[in-house]
Design a protein around this ligand. Structure first.
Ligand code: ASP
Length: 341
């Protein structure tokens, strides 16, 4: 377990902040205070994503535009195998993407099990802005995207195909009923079976703009090697993402089934509404998952939250969850999230 005391040393006045590439610890007293405008996002690839968002926020731009621009960075990163193009495929070799976006007025849009479109976050925004609907899935989402002018492309890169073929050789994947731990936690290798500790990483991004408005975006290729048609938490509004401009915003990463069961991001925001700090709200949401399914301690779920006043908090089941921060004084920061295990 990360020794947070060791990392922050003798300084109890606030969080220690150091550069990208090294993780820091959150303030023991309960989270990190950013100044407006600001943007935060999950995992280390949130650092360059935040930079793209910051280019918009720092000029007085809208949080919605910032989170869309930021989320597109890992979507187009060929080295990123958990978001967008080059994402690892499902069990049958199809790259299948999930994304959602939500603005300060409570408008939202999402796509699930979308294939052949490199920027699902932008399709999610088009669903929000150009249809009366919230969620489009599978072939219908693809049809809509193409009608909107998004190019149809092959998203499975040679590298991702090779990883999938290597997994198939070793795989003993036989999904069990979801009342059992199934294959979730029984991963031995770095990627292992769907939902294993090394088999995750979604970008969830939350921004507060100079006008005091919040928006969020969440985009992923989901669990590698998932069953065809499986949809995770990321495109489910309230699970993988939720924004309430009166209170704050939250997003999640990790095994989406556990997040959906607990409507995780909505829960975090509602706990904040009741007065919890973002950190305590995230901690409680993770605790709920563990209370209902104690075996979930063997998988990873992380929540990240941003309050209306710029306070940041996070919590995860397992150590290793990190998140990136960016405001006028803290650019390119990566923070080690706190966890139960
Ligand atoms: N939450 C995503 C899903 O379940 C994956 C992840 O963040 O690891 O599809």
């Amino acid at each position: 377990m990360l020794n947070r005391r060791g990392l922050i040393g003798a300084s109890l006045a606030g969080p220690a902040i150091i550069g990208a590439g090294a993780a820091i610890a959150a303030d023991e007293a309960g989270g990190i205070q950013l100044t407006k405008p600001c943007v935060i996002s999950t995992w280390d690839f949130g650092v360059p994503a935040n930079q793209a968002a910051w280019a918009i926020l720092s000029k007085g731009g809208r949080a919605l535009d910032a989170v869309e621009a930021g989320a597109r960075i890992p979507e187009q990163d060929l080295k990123n195998h958990s978001v967008g193009r080059a994402g690892y495929p499902d069990r049958d070799g199809h790259v299948s993407l999930d994304a959602s976006i939500m603005d300060e007025q409570g408008n939202c849009g999402a796509v699930a099990a979308l294939e052949h479109i490199a920027h699902p976050i932008s399709v999610a925004r088009a669903v929000m802005e150009k249809t009366p609907h919230v969620l489009l899935v599978g072939p219908g989402a693809l049809q809509f995207a193409q009608e909107q002018g998004f190019p149809r492309e092959e998203l499975l890169t040679p590298e991702s195909r090779a990883a999938w073929e290597a997994w198939r050789k070793e795989a003993k994947y036989a999904p069990k009923a979801n009342s059992e731990i199934g294959d979730y936690g029984k991963t031995s290798g770095q990627l292992g079976t769907p939902g294993g500790k090394g088999n995750h990483d979604t970008i969830g991004m939350l921004a507060l703009d100079a006008h005091g408005n919040l928006s969020g975006a969440c985009t992923t290729s989901g669990m590698a090697w998932k069953l065809r048609g499986r949809v995770g938490d990321s495109p489910i509004v309230g699970a993988g993402l939720y924004v309430d401009n009166e209170v704050g915003a939250a997003t999640s990463t990790g095994v989406g089934e556990e997040v959906i069961r607990n409507v995780g991001s909505f829960l975090v925001v509602e706990l904040m509404r009741q007065g919890r700090s973002p950190r305590d709200a995230c901690k409680e949401a993770v605790a709920r998952i563990l209370k209902k399914k104690p075996w979930a301690k063997d998988v990873q779920v992380g929540f990240l939250a941003l309050s209306k006043t710029g306070e940041v908090g996070a919590w995860s089941i397992q150590k290793g969850f990190s998140y990136a921060l960016c405001d006028a004084t803290r650019q390119d920061r990566l923070v080690a999230g706190e966890s139960f295990y």
